[in-house]
Design a protein around this ligand. Structure first.
Ligand SMILES: NC(=O)c1ccc[n+]([C@@H]2O[C@H](COP(=O)([O-])OP(=O)(O)OC[C@H]3O[C@@H](n4cnc5c(N)ncnc54)[C@H](OP(=O)(O)O)[C@@H]3O)[C@@H](O)[C@H]2O)c1
Length: 301
């Protein structure tokens, strides 16, 4: 029997690269998918072949384009003759270039009208529609495979969404909308997949140290004068108690969970945070700040 096959979108970088390595380490043949990072994807595939002895097929696709996700799933199946796990991981933040070419995003209430549509198009076309189409095609192919088996194998679809589906932040509402939309894809598709032994779940990472979070934060380090990255800001907040596990995530944390979630035959339609406890109910990270502010207001009233 051939090895199981796994497609991971956006596996040329960050979380996706760690996920594809994790599946290869567990004996899966894999697709390393890229958009702009052809060279990075080729290097990751070379390392996977050398370290794990499995097949690593490198495929490029801009998944914000209407037919691209369908085509990517079809090419995976045509090559391996099977598809056991599909992980939709490609995603972007809602930064859009302004007239000066600077990547910007605004507080919701301050967003210029033309920017409003552009940033929404950017995240919806990839984060939502790309993942939506990928999940639909993967599910269809998995159901066709299951129909040919007396006792269908367990197959799995995992969408990498985000805790931003619920965690509020005025400057990233479009991103949150694109991720929250996928939650409904998961709970709906679980009903189609279940009878065929196909599980469909969402993994919702908290802040993870990747190229996505290595962008400048706009906040200066008072010690060095250097601008913090987004990952550094959240790292300091975590160390200071914003979440029970006092560090931000590593790509390998998410990869470990992604592999585990796809191996559980009796779990489907779930939207699971892997976030160090950041979104725990009752986790009031700023309670000391709020307490001090409440005291200050009482004293000045
Ligand atoms: N990092 C975090 O803190 C965090 C938190 C919650 C959720 N997430 C989610 O986790 C996923 C991975 O994020 P990451 O942090 O690993 O980011 P990353 O390092 O920037 O990787 C993003 C991946 O998406 C691919 N991609 C970008 N545009 C694409 C397009 N048009 N078509 C197809 N693929 C495209 C990139 O491919 P190329 O590089 O080849 O262009 C890359 O492989 C995203 O869905 C993100 O929303 C991340």
């Amino acid at each position: 029997m051939s090895r199981p096959a796994c497609l991971v979108t956006g596996s040329s970088s960050g979380i996706g690269a760690a996920i594809v390595r994790q599946f290869a380490a567990q004996g899966y043949d894999v697709v390393v998918h890229y958009n702009a990072g052809a060279e990075r994807a080729a290097q990751i595939a070379d390392t996977i072949r050398a370290e794990h002895g499995v097949e690593a097929l490198v495929l490029g696709a801009d998944l914000s384009q209407p037919e691209a996700a369908f085509d990517l799933v079809d090419r995976t199946l045509a090559h391996f003759g099977r598809l056991d796990v599909a992980v939709s991981n490609s995603g972007v933040a809602n930064y859009v270039a302004d007239e000066q070419g600077q990547l910007v995003r605004y507080r919701f209430s301050d967003t210029p009208v033309d920017h409003l549509a552009k940033e929404m198009d950017r995240v919806l076309s990839l984060n939502l529609m790309g993942a939506y189409r990928l999940a639909q095609r993967a599910l269809k192919h998995m159901m066709d495979q299951a129909a040919q088996e007396a006792a269908p194998l367990h197959r799995s679809i995992l969408l990498i969404t985000s805790i931003s589906d619920i965690a509020p932040e005025s400057t990233r509402i479009p991103y949150g909308v694109s991720k929250a939309g996928l939650n409904h894809v998961v709970v709906g598709a679980a009903f189609d997949g279940g009878p065929h032994n196909i599980t469909v779940n969402a993994l919702r990472p908290g802040v993870v140290d990747t190229p996505l979070t290595s962008r400048p934060s706009g906040v200066e380090d008072p010690q060095s004068g250097r601008e913090f990255t987004v990952a550094e800001i959240y790292g300091l907040m975590a160390a200071g108690g914003s979440q029970p596990i006092r560090r931000i995530g590593r790509p390998e944390d998410i990869a470990f969970a992604a592999y585990a979630f796809t191996q559980i035959p009796y779990m489907t339609g779930q939207l699971i945070a892997v976030d160090g406890g950041f979104t725990l109910p009752g986790n009031f990270p700023n309670r000391d700040v709020f307490f001090q502010e409440g005291l200050r207001q009482r004293q000045s009233s």
